[in-house]
Design a protein around this ligand. Structure first.
Ligand code: SF4
Ligand code: SF4
Length: 117
């Protein structure tokens, strides 16, 4: 499952550079599928949704750092544990019960975003 940042976030920014999928963005910033991945142009996600990887997407939070569920692999394929949760000083990076995925699904997402790694 993806990780989610709760409203206990203090906007310290420590998590953002640690994410191997560039799934973490500062509040009010646009996000893109292509940021930090190999995706570009029109792509079909592993869940079957067609998206434009280059297109700026609406921020998920206007006030706090946020995680894009479609880009979070719980760090599978890169690290043994979620790096955002490991560095967060207030432990507000927690499992997102609304985005539950199997390890296989998470690894497939990681390979889809980073086919050359
Ligand atoms: S769990 Fe890993 S992939 Fe997901 S947002 Fe945190 S650092 Fe990024
Ligand atoms: S490390 Fe934790 S407190 Fe800091 S910005 Fe990330 S989620 Fe918020």
């Amino acid at each position: 499952m993806a990780i989610i940042i709760t409203d206990e976030c203090i906007n310290c920014g420590a998590c953002e550079p640690e994410c191997p999928n560039t799934a973490i963005y500062e509040g009010a910033d646009d996000w893109r599928y292509k940021d930090g991945t190999s995706l570009e142009g029109t792509v079909v996600l592993t869940n079957g949704t067609e998206v434009d990887a280059d297109e700026a997407q609406e921020p998920i939070s206007d006030e706090l750092y946020y995680i894009v569920p479609d880009k979070c692999t719980e760090c599978k394929g890169f690290h043994d544990e979620p790096q955002c949760a490991a560095v967060c000083p207030v432990d507000c990076c927690v499992p997102d019960e609304d985005h539950v995925e199997t390890e296989e699904e998470l690894l497939a997402k990681q390979r889809f975003m980073h086919p050359d790694e």
